[in-house]
Design a protein around this ligand. Sequence first.
Ligand code: PLP
Length: 362
Amino acid sequence: MERVFNFSAGPSMLPEKVLARAAEEMLCYEDSGTSVMEMSHRSPVYEKIIADAEALLRKVMEIPDNYKVLFLQGGASTQFAAVPLNLLNKNGKADYILSGQFSTKAYQEAQKYGDIAVAASSKDANFSFVPKTDKNSFRNDADYVHICFNNTIYGTKFPYIPDTGAIPLVADLSSCILSEPIDVSKFGLIYAGAQKNMSAAGLTVVIVREDLLGNARKDTPAMLDYKLMADNGSMYNTPPCWCIYIAKLVYEWILELGGLKAMQKRNAEKAQILYDYLDSQDYYLAPVEKESRSMMNVTFVTGNAELDKKFASEAAAEGLINLKGHRSVGGMRASIYNAMPKAGVEKLVAFMKKFAKNNPKA
Ligand SMILES: *Cc1c(COP(=O)(O)O)cnc(C)c1O
């Protein structure tokens, strides 16, 4: 069977070049005589893979020297607990901006550990936009402010980086990391599950400013202690070896294409094709406020649940799969991460036109 265009929100498409390279090296990586999956994480050959992966990510994202890069497990969801365990260490207070389901989950998890407040929320508008904030939105004595930068389920993205003054800003970048340049120095900590835009499921990347390390709560599990992980080069225990190797190939692919500026240009072009079409007609409705639109996850509905269902199944039959919206919001969602080619988006728009013509609303 031929490969299809996969619009899944995650795990999602990986660049074909990366998959082909991994296939080539599957049985025997360089002159190791083994697959990457089979080698000791303490072997020199694997130590080079993880060191290269870190160096490449630092280069791609221009990560300043005073930040540590950690390759962890447990998904972004584990960070919902790790962040408060490590950073809720001065006044026991943190402020969260609620802009969707993942930021709400992060907020609920953090409540187990301290005095957690909602600084702003768009819940009453079904998270159809990202709330505005300014310095006064946050408590002066908060230990950190948490945001989810791109809201995978609703298809929104922060059109700005919140100004939190001296308070460290923590951001979940799971569904937009590596999609465009981002000024890491504006953040105290960034985390991202890798299965959206970076690698296979099983790896979570944390980028954390060094001065925030070393003050974890006493009862922090070793596996969630950033300082311990940093001191051990992400090898306190067996790291997700294979996923780190795939991430390395993805970083190389991004650099080959011209880095994050080039990635941004490609992604903006793809998103514009879709949004331009959505704005040009009235069969489909794009529920998200324009200013908050995501470049990675594009949501739309027909306004009729039966038609939405028909859309997703007919699209799948034409090789456009996983377009059904998240179970909590319905409608459709096209996740168009880095690896989705422009041709996939063009084919989707052509299908949308055809479907609208063939299925007039009563
Ligand atoms: C997918 C996703 C998560 C959850 O990630 P897991 O790796 O499944 O824990 C959290 N935050 C965002 C923004 C996501 O897109």
